[in-house]
Every structure is written in C-alpha cells, then in structure tokens.
Design a protein around this ligand. Structure first.
Ligand code: MRU
Length: 358
C-alpha cells in the first residue's frame, strides 16, 4: 500500500517543476501553508539558513536543486567555466548550515557527477545535474520507505513512542526517518501512541511533528521538552526514536538540541533509544562526536517567544542548535540497510564496506 504520510492538501516539502524550485516554507506551518519559488542560489541559501527548508535529508535535496538553480543561467559557459562556477556555488551553499552532513554530501555528489560528465558544453552538464538532483530526490523517498520497513518491528502493540524535533515527512521528501516506522505501523493498523517533544526554541516538534502526525491520523500527544522524563517515570514511554544530522564513525549522534537529555533519561529508565537516518547521514570521516561542528544560532530565538521578547534586554544567551549523544546511550541506528547496533565503529564500517551504503 502506498504511504500517504501527509494530508493531501499539504504541498510537497520540495518540488522541481519546469526548471523551477518550489519550497514549502516550514517556518509558517501549521498556521499558514505557503510555497515559495527559490529563484536564485542566494534564495536557496537563505531558505536553508533560515530553516524554511530544514531537516538533514531535505536540506540535501534542496541543496542539490540549489546548484541547478545556480547554474540555470550559466548554460552558455564552456565546460571549464561551468565547472568553476559550479564549485563556487557549491562552496557557498555548503556554508548555509554546518551540522547536517547531508548538505555537504549532496553537494559533493553533484560536483563529482558533473566532473564525470564528458560533455563539453555547459548546457549538457546542466541537464546531467538536473537529472542527478532528481535522482537524489527520488532516492530520498525510497530510503525513507526502507527505513520505515526496518524500523517497523520496533513499534509494539499498545506502546508509547517518544520523538524529539521533526525527523518527519517535512524533514525529508518521503515519510521521514524517525517517523517512517510510525507511518508503517499506522499503515498496518497497529495501535500505539506517539509523544512529540515541542523542541525549544524553534518548536519543530509542536509546529511540525504534531501537525504532520495529526494530519496523517496518528495518535499523537504534544508535551514540553521538560515533561519527557516524567512520562518515562510514569511508564508511558516504551521506545524513543529520533532523527540525526550526522552520525560519527564511532556512532556518536548529533541531533536537535535536547536529544542528549532525552537519551540520558531513556538510559536511566531502561528505555530503548533508537536513531533513524539514511546512510548519507553517516559520516565515517568524522571520528567521534566532539569533531562535529555544532551550529550556534542567534540569541533572539531564545530571548524571544512567538516574536515577542521574553528575556531581559542585554542578557547573555547561548543557542547551540544541536547536541551530541554519545554512542553508549544509543540502542541502535535504523538505516535503509537495516538496524546497526553496538559495537558501532565496527558495524558502521562494515555497512559501508559492503559497498551498499549511499
Ligand atoms: O534545525 P532543524 O529543524 O533542521 O533540525 C532537524 C533535526 O534535528 C532532525 O532531527 C534531523 O535533521 C533529522 S531529519 C530526518
């Protein structure tokens, strides 16, 4: 059965149509559903930087199309000039956000695809780039579905599942990563309840996860981040499943700020803590979590609430957008190739060595 994660009235997260990139503005959801045209590479950079398109896999797909947007007007260039401009735009897009490795991964894949095209004209390389971006997009949809099937068995009848941030359909172009097993279980008629952390400061859990799961007809309950340990203590949570922006070679996991606290609480209460991601989020070139660059965002996101200042003027603010959960707290990593468990360093390397990982 085809999975229909979102209300069909909601447009796709990302769409490429008639050589034009359309992005659903996630900062306005769920109050307004606005699709914007990203008609310059600067517009794509801003959309990623300002979280109008967000979530690691979606950022990768948007960046791949972003290069097409950038190169659309350079089709008259010679091969050398075209490739030089392409590299320039890729470096620019790569600077939009530092933590999600999918951004760099997608841009690298686009660059290496372009370099491998024998054609001598910019126009021919452009066509090949568009085809590759569409392939990355299609693969994302398929990878989410496969993650869902692998993670499906984790959702026991009658269980309570906690998730943090939005690793859902809105964070991808498919059925999400952390949400994919939930959508599969729901498709199968399984009865279970999802608890969504609101996810301060930008409320991706409240605005996006609660919204998309509700639209899809799942049993979802919204909580504030600080309520999660209490629900665990009350026996309401049987499983935690979250997404990730980058997994280091040793299995350390970077994800939305607050994930670490959830993982520590889960360990304390003996609750399995799973991470779901496509293999493009596994970064074996980064040895461990301390090497992951954590994005630090502006003070207003913390000092304001819904556009109104809540903290005293002049207060010092910290706003790391992500944290790193040590692999010792991770029960398993659900990928499109199956579930990887400890010892993570050896088992993640084996996953890539099979040559099957993206
Ligand atoms: O800042 P965001 O909203 O881009 O953060 C998103 C997350 O932390 C997600 O959990 C992660 O990117 C995985 S999305 C499948």
């Amino acid at each position: 059965m085809a999975l229909q994660p979102l209300n069909s009235s909601l447009p796709p997260t990302i769409e490429w149509r008639d050589d034009t990139l359309y992005l659903l503005d996630q900062t306005r959801l769920p109050r307004e559903c606005v699709v914007e045209t990203a008609d310059s590479v600067e517009a794509v950079w801003r959309a990623i930087h300002e979280l109008r398109v967000r979530g690691a896999p979606a950022i990768g797909v948007a960046a791949a199309y972003g290069l097409c947007v950038a190169m659309k007007h350079e089709r008259q260039a010679s091969r050398e000039a075209f490739l030089a401009r392409l590299e320039h735009h890729a470096a620019y897009l790569d600077s939009a956000r530092p933590t999600a490795v999918n951004l760099h991964w997608a841009l690298e894949r686009m660059l290496s695809h372009a370099r491998g095209i024998a054609a001598q004209t910019g126009a021919a390389i452009y066509d090949a780039l568009v085809a590759e971006a569409m392939r990355i997009h299609r693969e994302d949809v398929e990878l989410c579905a496969r993650i869902g099937e692998h993670g499906r068995a984790l959702i026991a009848p009658g269980s309570g599942v906690l998730t943090h941030c939005n690793a859902g359909a809105l964070a991808t172009t498919g059925i999400g990563t952390a949400t994919a097993p939930l959508y599969c279980a729901h498709r199968d008629g399984e009865s279970f309840r999802v608890y969504a952390d609101e996810t301060r400061p930008l409320l991706q859990g409240a605005r996006l996860t609660a919204y998309e799961l509700q639209q899809a007809g799942l049993d979802v309950t919204l909580i504030t981040d600080s309520m999660a340990p209490t629900l665990m203590a009350q026996g309401l949570i049987d499983l935690v499943i979250v997404g990730t922006d980058r997994v280091a070679a040793n299995g350390d996991v970077a994800n939305k700020i607050g994930t670490l606290g959830v993982a520590i609480a889960a360990k304390h209460f003996g609750i399995p803590f799973y991470v779901a991601c496509p293999s493009s989020t596994l970064d074996l070139r980064t040895a461990c979590g301390v090497d992951i660059v954590i994005e630090e965002r502006g003070a207003d996101e913390v000092a304001q609430f819904a556009g109104r200042r809540i903290a005293p003027e002049g207060i010092q603010v910290r706003n790391p957008a992500f944290d790193v959960t040590p692999h010792a707290l991770v029960t398993g990593i659900v990928t499109e190739l199956g579930i990887v468990r400890a010892p993570f360093e050896a088992n993640l390397a084996a996953l890539f060595a099979k040559g099957e990982a993206v």
